[in-house]
Design a protein around this ligand. Sequence first.
Ligand code: HEC
Length: 164
Amino acid sequence: MPKIVKQLTTSTVAIAILSCLVSIATGTTIAYSKQDVSLPYKDRAAIKLGQTIYKDNCASCHGINLEGQIGWQTEIVDGRRLAPPHDETGHTWHHPDELLYNMTKYGFEEMLGKKYPNNMPVYEDILSDGELLAVLGYIKSTWPEKIKAIHNEINQSYASNKNS
Ligand code: HEC
């Protein structure tokens, strides 16, 4: 396949997965989607704690500089995707706070409600709620101001859809 077509196909797939996850998360049948969470990305103490948690728990896959695994956009290893970056080159910032929190806490299979073999650990029994918020808050704190502002808008539109 020509490179450009391949890139296009991959990004279309990524967008399809993204919108699928978002629509599942907004479904009222998922009890934990009722949790209101807000990432503490301006809270210095939380960011500091989150950075340590990130180094200890996430950096081995997502990269010490949040750069993700090489080939994450295209490569599939044993039927599983590689870890995407958490910096602005990835798609973490495309998801509202609540979705990031639920994905990390309960895992992809729980979010999707079906089998989806993947390499992302489930942190429900590993990190406390405060630690989960801190690590995700740390990730957000590293984004450029422009991306933070877009992410705040994503949160707002997610909240208004949820409450409508
Ligand atoms: C063993 C490797 C591994 C570790 C450790 C790991 N992850 Fe992941 N993570 C992944 C993979 C692989 C994916 C993509 C899964 C897929 O799409 O199939 C992922 C996806 C994610 C996503 C979704 C990103 C998006 O844009 O859809 C979030 C959020 C995330 N990880 C957060 C974390 C956090 C926070 C930690 C540490 C507390 C962590 N991960 C630790 C492998 C890992």
